[in-house]
Design a protein around this ligand. Sequence first.
Ligand code: FAD
Length: 462
Amino acid sequence: MSIAEVGRLDLPGFAGTLIHPDHASYNEARRVYNGMIDRRPALIARCNSADDVVLALTLARREGLPVSVFGGGHAVTGSAVCDNGVCIDLRGMKDIRIDSVARTCRAEAGLNWGEFDAATAKHGLALTGGRNPTTGIAGLSLGSGSGWLERKFGYVCDNLISAEVVTADGRKVIASETENPDLFWGLRGGGGNFGIVTAFHFRLHQLGPIVLAGALMYPAPMAAAVLRNLRDFIRKAPDEVGVGMVFTTAPDAPFVPQPARGKPIVVVQVIYIGAVDEGITMLAPFRAFGPPAADLVQPMPYTEFQKMGGNFPGSQNYWTADFLNELPEEAIDAYAALALTPLSPQSAVILVPGGGAPSRVDEEATAFGMRTAPWNVHYICGWTDPADNAANTARVKQIASVLKPWSTGRVYLNYIGNEGQERVDAAFGEKKLARLRALKAKWDPDNVFRHNHNIRPAAAGA
Ligand SMILES: Cc1cc2nc3c(=O)[nH]c(=O)nc-3n(C[C@H](O)[C@H](O)[C@H](O)COP(=O)(O)OP(=O)(O)OC[C@H]3O[C@@H](n4cnc5c(N)ncnc54)[C@H](O)[C@@H]3O)c2cc1C
């Protein structure tokens, strides 16, 4: 059957929407966050249920077509869409059921964090979630899931109770500590390699409804001093403090002091996960440092804080990242210089401290590759003109080389684009990679799920 014929197929029993290349919503449906990606699936199967997922997957396998899985479409790799294959689109699956007594939820895989957080907030509950509301819960959680609440509540994957999964051979299974525990291990950090998750069962935590949170803004030349202050503060800070430091460009917005608008700026985003009064006392010395040009830390709903990050869907994007071993004086000085010359108004160099709850989970307990690094540096670079792609990509790589001497050699895969197989393998380390490859050989021996940061199946008998 030709690709064009596949694109026109009907799928008996399919209850969702089949979006063919000549469908009015095809171009909208294949669009992902990263504007560099322009892929044309033969068919976009927008599923309404796990049964739809099974049907779409079975079709793709029968016709020998590539498969991609679309959660929220935010992976900078653009792996949610594939050329000439079947894109299994989960955005029709957004049901969320909350048990406020047990503090758990069942959330379908097509939700994004804005939708998820709004639903849990109604019950005074929350889960560590992406730092941006439009990111999908699925891709982020399967990569382990880092967010503002992680030092207190752990990574998203540390709160996974079970998952409903469609396997590569089209079966519906549960993965939990007691059912298919090997699969459950792999889903917590191994990405979309082992199956299509149709729903997540998560533990939730009491939060707010109002928390102390916001941003502190400093002129870019203060970057080194601000970073030293953050380094010293976070060493002794309780798990209740979530914080990140961003080198970016000040927006032309009323909350930014007039002379700073459009200029390079250092932003420290901070949240206190506890009573507002306690937070005011705890953060007082940290906020006094400098002092900042603007202090926008105030009581607010957590869901408002979640909207404060930059978000530029459709822009050209190149991202990379590294876990760091340490931040000695030499590293701080080299790094701080990057604050003075943002690559574009849409670029952000972000440093997030580790520690807290994730670092107390045994390294072998989940597939995720690096729990103990004290810092995670993330270079997010976006711009508007495709003519700048080659030059800007090269510049990002050069910027990222500055801290390489202090890198652990591991990387948080959620934060990088396509950097080659070696980089994916290195994210897990040799021992864990071997375990993951064996797991892949068991659950997806034909590597059906390869549009991702791919874990290759171990060779038979390996
Ligand atoms: C603006 C922005 C902010 C971000 N902030 C954070 C952050 O704070 N913390 C963080 O950890 N990451 C963050 N990320 C990175 C994000 O976690 C990854 O890009 C993640 O892959 C996005 O999930 P998604 O469902 O939107 O991705 P998609 O692009 O839809 O999917 C990415 C890959 O995940 C897999 N996948 C998706 N859904 C499923 C499923 N249901 N079953 C099996 N496999 C699936 C597939 O392999 C797919 O190719 C951010 C990204 C952006 C663009």
